[in-house]
Ligand binder design. Structure first.
Ligand code: SF4
Ligand code: SF4
Length: 472
């Protein structure tokens, strides 16, 4: 086995993004002042908004599954549940193509029978849900969303949790709500049994140039939010996250090297993910300005050509030289591109960057013990990229850090090893299979796979599953 072949590659070898976000429409029943989607309010004149047609939904599924073959697709909006027909066509179409889908929704656009239909769709497609709650209290919620429907949100959230649908509640944080992150998470945990909670700072993008920038958090306020998330994690064992990329160098060390390895997000714009709008236009990510040039339209231009236009993102052309020397580049990827973009294009790098980090991160994972038994993640999949490079995907929709690059030889080794050991092995088993002369490198590799959630200690993993790990 080529023991160092598992991470020496980069986005440049991707043949397509690992995940796609699909904007089903540009209409929403809420009007949050910070919205980045450019959505039109539902009450406004019908000719101001658009949604994907059913025909286009079928065509999107065909093109995306054939030319991109992503590990997952995220259906978003606007508010996608206001366009149930194309949304259902997309989700069912992807299910038939064996591409998992995930839904972003504010949970308040449909109710009653329609909501029951949505639950059925989610269950049929085994989809997870990302929803948004700006504040636990109805009055503040209304101030932010302009709607008085928090009770509908709580009812629908309760229904999804009762139906065992995997759901994450995200709170976009700004000056109006940042002090209530802990309380909101705790209430959702105690009253509804929510397990996954995120708090994400408001990003000022070229799409949401709202007048009052004073509403954006200062760094110290943001890091207090992170501390509140870590408290939710340690006090209540909630899975917590922040859904946007914060340059790792700007994060204080006590948070950056937290024991659970949280808040590692790398920019994936235009490389491992991209956004396709309801008309077929592709953007690097949802925070980039809308485009209307047919050369970026997946219905008009072959995807391989559009992928070439996005090559600078994969070649890291928008990453500063100082980031390229940083030890944390893999977990950060140079911060958020949007912070270095204005209407004229790229003007520099993320303004929050404080400078490269030149020390090895503290070890955040449990020690490998020769007697421990491990298994490969049952949700792990692989895809062939360019030349003899493959990606392994750990089943988590997060960003660039959900994949590692491996060679054909390494992929073959893993496939055979899983078959031979029935996915139940010790460190010594791996060393014996790969050759004892490689013991040191194998130990490093196992730590890496453990940290990246490709293997688990077997006692924490469901060994009774019939699902074969490492499917294509
Ligand atoms: S540019 Fe990158 S980091 Fe910023 S929002 Fe888009 S994907 Fe996230
Ligand atoms: S220097 Fe660049 S790569 Fe390093 S932590 Fe800061 S933003 Fe990330």
């Amino acid at each position: 086995m080529e023991t160092e072949s598992y991470k020496r590659s980069s986005n440049a070898t991707l043949k397509a993004p690992i995940g796609v976000q699909i904007l089903v429409n540009n209409i929403c029943n809420h009007s949050c002042f910070y919205c980045s989607s450019g959505a039109v309010q539902q009450e406004e004149s019908s000719n101001k908004y658009s949604a994907m047609s059913n025909e286009n939904a079928y065509e999107f599924v065909d093109i995306i599954s054939r030319d991109i073959n992503p590990y997952y697709a995220v259906c978003t909006g606007g508010e996608p549940t206001l366009s149930m027909k194309p949304l259902s066509a997309l989700m069912m179409g992807f299910k038939q193509k064996n591409i998992p889908t995930h839904l972003n929704t504010n949970l308040t656009a449909v109710s009653g029978e329609e909501f029951n239909d949505l639950i059925l769709l989610l269950k049929r497609c085994n989809s997870s849900v990302l929803t948004s709650l700006p504040h636990y209290d109805g009055a503040v919620y209304k101030k932010i969303t302009s709607k008085d429907d928090i009770n509908l949100f709580y009812n629908n959230l309760n229904s999804l949790i009762s139906e065992d649908i995997n759901i994450t509640v995200n709170m976009v944080v700004h000056k109006l709500n940042h002090k209530d992150v802990y309380h909101t998470g705790k209430l959702l945990f105690e009253k509804y049994g929510l397990k996954n909670f995120a708090a994400t700072p408001l990003v000022v993008s070229s799409n949401n140039l709202f007048p009052n920038k004073n509403i954006v958090l200062k760094p110290d306020e943001l890091f207090d939010v992170f501390r509140d998330l870590l408290r939710l994690n340690s006090d209540l064992n909630m899975q917590v996250d922040c859904l946007e990329v914060i340059p790792r160098c700007s994060i204080p060390e006590d948070i950056r090297y937290n024991a659970s390895g949280l808040f590692k997000r790398a920019c994936s714009a235009g490389s491992s993910t991209l956004l396709i709008d309801y008309l077929g236009f592709i953007r690097p990510c949802s925070f980039f300005p809308e485009v209307n040039d047919d050369k970026y339209n997946i219905l008009k231009t072959p995807f391989s050509e559009i992928w070439e236009y996005l090559k600078p993102y994969r070649d890291n052309e928008h990453i500063s030289d100082e980031c390229k020397t940083c030890y944390e580049i893999e977990d950060c990827n140079g911060g958020c591109r949007v912070f270095g973009v204005d209407k004229d294009g790229f003007t520099g790098s993320d303004s929050r960057i404080t400078g490269p980090i030149f020390k090895t991160a503290k070890n955040e994972i449990e020690k490998l013990s020769p007697n421990n038994i491990y298994s490969f993640n049952k949700d792990m999949k692989f895809r062939k990229e360019q030349r003899d490079i493959y990606t392994f995907f750990n089943g988590q929709i997060s960003n660039r850090s959900s994949i590692i690059f491996v060679t054909y030889g390494f992929k073959q080794f893993c496939e055979n090893f899983i078959k031979e050991t029935r996915n139940y092995f010790t460190l010594d088993d791996v060393v014996n299979a790969a050759g004892v002369e490689n013991k040191e490198k194998i130990t490093e590799l196992m730590k890496y796979l453990l940290q990246k959630k490709y293997i688990y200690p077997a006692n924490k993993h469901d060994l009774t599953t019939s699902s074969e790990p490492l499917g294509e």
